[in-house]
Design a protein around this ligand. Sequence first.
Ligand SMILES: [Zn+2]
Length: 224
Amino acid sequence: MIQLSLWNSLLDFLFPPHCPLCHAYVEERGSWCPSCLQRCGGPHRLLLPAAGQRRIRFAWALGGYRGGLRSLVHDLKYRRKKSILPYIDTYLRHVRENHLFLLPADLDVAVPVPLHAARERERGFNQVEAIFARALSVRQLPLERLLQRQAVTQPLYRLTPGERRHVVQHAFSAAPGAAIAGRHILLLDDILTTGTTATACAEVLMAAGASSVDVLVFASDYGK
Ligand SMILES: [Zn+2]
């Protein structure tokens, strides 16, 4: 125990804990400075287009996709820096303690938007699971991979928005043997840009008999 606290003091001396965004010194490893934390915006409801609203009961983002949250998502997704996860946990705790944000009480299971297998192998993990794992275990909501995703073979940038939607819509399906029917499902993603992915996943889940689908994403500027 003594050795551990000595080690931590040495670590703090060599690498002082700092805010992930402005690099100001903070008291504890994994903490943010109050002003950067404030600028993340906090939880807000996402009003999706009609196609999404037909399948999705509520959609929420826990903060804006800018500043601190945007750089954390980029570090995790594109630089595979799992070392930033304590900052994400701190943000999620901050939301729990400082904002009136309640998920529906009837949820049975959380389902991450899947990556296709090759992408997950390349990244080494699913960033959605990494973001939410600790918060879900606090809430005792099981995380189950009930969806799967096929690789998109053609480059999306060549397609019109309508064609792109069609391709995304057909990329998702229920995982083999997935228990979906009769369950209230919380669909999780890291970000929401147009809502096409969330809507496509919700469509698969509702078609497989889910009782309801709510969506929770870490960060989004949708509708702003
Ligand atoms: Zn800061």
